[in-house]
Design a protein around this ligand. Structure first.
Ligand SMILES: [Zn+2]
Length: 281
């Protein structure tokens, strides 16, 4: 990734207060200051990504993730009348957990993911049409009514190209829905370089309400809804990340887990994840 110019407004990048990141001098868009090849990107999203690295054990957390996806689906449906006759496409579909709940509601669902193992599982275990590959190279026949990118846009080398292509495959009046971290949130500003969303090279871009709106409007979208999203989190996973990944306290984690002190979930809204819905003009 050569960041000659800001992907949102084409302005010049300058330094960020956070090491390893750069910030557009014109619109404030924040990106990772690094170059990454397509091969390196594919390697990042091998099976290890979803088990142990960024996600502790994505498959084992299926029930929790499905609950989160049902909440997203309910919110999305407010902007999609008669979904029973509509077609939904998900970019970054992973194992297909969202599509597996969305297919109960939509006439047709499909998706794509760069992670080959995850997409294969979506196809084989759930019978979902999830292609392996890059959306930019993927041929979509006809037009779709809804495009979703859940926690995906921050991972893309060229989010501007994906938004442009999403606009091209959407019917006029169709809806794009996404979630991503909010770099302008109070939590992000307080935590600085320690904000949990800051981890290049998987997170390459850091949006705010303003930079997301600007990017979407540039490609013919009108913003209909932006709110901070709450999440159901597993205490076990939070303890695992804190104790074993960040602090190397494997023994303490095992003791707490063995005593069943981690077997519960909490509903949290840290007000640092944006849920956005935009309409294709
Ligand atoms: Zn900019």
């Amino acid at each position: 990734m050569t960041l000659a110019a800001c992907l949102v407004c084409e302005g010049p990048y300058g330094p960020s207060t956070i090491p390893g990141l750069v910030r557009c001098r014109q619109c404030g868009f924040v990106s990772a200051d690094l170059q990454i090849s397509q091969d390196e990107l594919a390697e990042l999203y091998s099976h290890r990504y979803f088990a142990g690295e960024e996600y502790r054990d994505y498959v084992a957390e299926r029930a929790l993730l499905e609950r989160q996806f049902r909440a997203r689906l309910a919110r999305l449906r407010r902007f999609v009348p008669s979904p029973g006759s509509k077609r939904l496409f998900e970019i970054g579909a992973a194992y297909g957990f969202f599509l597996s709940v969305a297919r109960d509601v939509f006439e047709r669902v499909e998706g794509i993911d760069i992670a080959a193992d995850a997409a294969a599982m979506a196809r084989e275990s759930f019978g979902l049409p999830v292609a392996t590959g890059d959306f930019l190279d993927h041929r979509v026949d006809g037009f779709v009514d809804v495009v979703c990118l859940w926690d995906t846009i921050e991972h893309l080398v060229r989010p501007d190209m994906y938004i442009k292509k999403a606009a091209a495959i959407l019917e006029p009046g169709g809806v794009l829905a996404l979630t991503t971290g909010d770099i302008e949130s109070l939590m992000a500003r307080m935590r600085g370089a320690n904000w949990r969303q800051i981890h290049p090279p998987t997170h390459l871009h850091y949006f705010s309400r303003a930079t997301l709106a600007r990017l979407l409007e540039r490609f013919g979208f009108r913003i209909k809804y932006v709110r901070h999203e709450g999440m159901t989190r597993s205490v076990d996973t939070m303890a695992y990340i804190l104790l074993t990944i960040k602090r190397q306290q494997h023994g303490l984690y095992r003791v707490l887990k063995g005593a069943h002190l981690l077997d519960w979930n909490v509903r949290l809204n840290l007000r640092d994840i944006l849920f956005l819905v935009a309409e294709r003009r």
